[in-house]
Design a protein around this ligand. Structure first.
Ligand code: PDD
Length: 293
């Protein structure tokens, strides 16, 4: 496994960061997860735009232009095996004497990237759907920043795992649904897809956007608006989306079946359209630069 750290590609065993790195000390950094299909980064422009949004949100200068990121990312893909990969990008405010305030003068950021096999859900899980639990969304008010400080998300996701489930659906103020611990959530009611609005209380998912684009392009009724807790509990179908899970049906919620307890028609439709979309987009892209000629 070849990773990238601060200007160099190297085996992961050789990658080292100082213990005073502010990512380690404060969780002071942001990240991105980008799926790679057929050795091409999916929706790269959108992921880089979200990375810029996260960096802006923590007042950290972007260490690279989009052209530089694209080159580095393509090289990382080329140096790793597997047609489909899962890229992880991580930028912290760098290493400095421990002080909450930003280092003055600023120090060089830490830039890390790695690639792993893409763990898309296996056929059995697509056929059965997964279980989820609900929990109070106790995170901060800047969930639009893809922060590496993920302790709330870690604890919330573990609640699902402890209950034998795959995801925790987060409810704010005992009133409305925001997203999952590591995914976006859609509710289906009477054939309409309901999606919470992209605001400061949720991560603006790249997969979420793709699903809404697909719905619009295929005449699937959808509404982007606040989704009440009761609408989640009484949903006909629940769907989760993320770069690694793509589109997955939630068929049990807090121990009770969602609808008839099986992945429903909206899931079947969106799953197929998502796979078609992926294939079409990937075919349209030009091949990776090889560095030859
Ligand atoms: N997580 N909301 C949260 C809190 C997330 O962590 C994620 C993704 C999403 C979905 O975003 P996208 O469709 O862009 O992947 C929503 C990634 C996969 C992770 O942390 O591993």
């Amino acid at each position: 496994m070849t990773v990238y750290l601060n200007g160099q590609f190297m085996p992961i065993e050789e990658a080292r960061i100082p213990v005073l790195d502010r990512g380690f000390i404060f969780g002071d950094g942001v990240y991105e997860v980008i799926p790679v299909y057929s050795r091409r980064a999916f929706r790269l422009a959108e992921h880089l735009q979200r990375l810029q949004h996260s960096l802006g949100g923590i007042r950290l200068q972007n260490p690279h232009s989009d052209v530089e990121w694209t080159k580095l990312i393509n090289e990382l893909i080329a140096r790793n095996t597997g047609e489909d990969q899962y890229l992880y990008l991580h930028i912290t405010r760098g290493a400095a004497r421990r002080d909450h305030a930003f280092p003055k003068p600023p120090v060089a950021p830490t830039v890390f990237m790695m690639s792993s096999p893409l763990p898309t859900p296996p056929a059995e899980l697509l056929a059965s759907g997964v279980g989820a639990v609900t929990a109070q969304d106790n995170r901060w008010l800047r969930c639009d920043i893809k922060s590496i400080a993920l302790l709330p998300n870690v604890l919330l996701r573990q609640m699902a795992v402890d209950a034998g489930c795959a995801e925790t659906i987060l409810i704010r103020d005992d009133a409305f649904m925001t997203e999952g611990a590591a995914s976006n959530i859609f509710v289906v009611k009477n054939g309409t897809l309901l999606a919470p609005p992209k605001d400061n209380l949720m991560l603006p998912g790249i997969t979420y956007d793709v699903v809404l684009e697909i719905a619009a392009a295929n005449g699937i009724p959808y509404q982007v608006r606040k989704v009440a807790k009761n609408e989640v509990i009484n949903a006909d179908e629940l769907l989760l989306t993320s770069s690694t899970k793509e589109v997955l049906a939630i068929t049990r919620l807090d121990g009770k079946p969602v609808g008839d307890g099986k992945p429903g028609p909206m899931f079947a439709k969106l799953y197929k359209l998502y796979q078609d979309f992926k294939r079409d987009v990937m075919r349209q892209q030009s091949p990776l630069p090889t560095g030859e000629g």
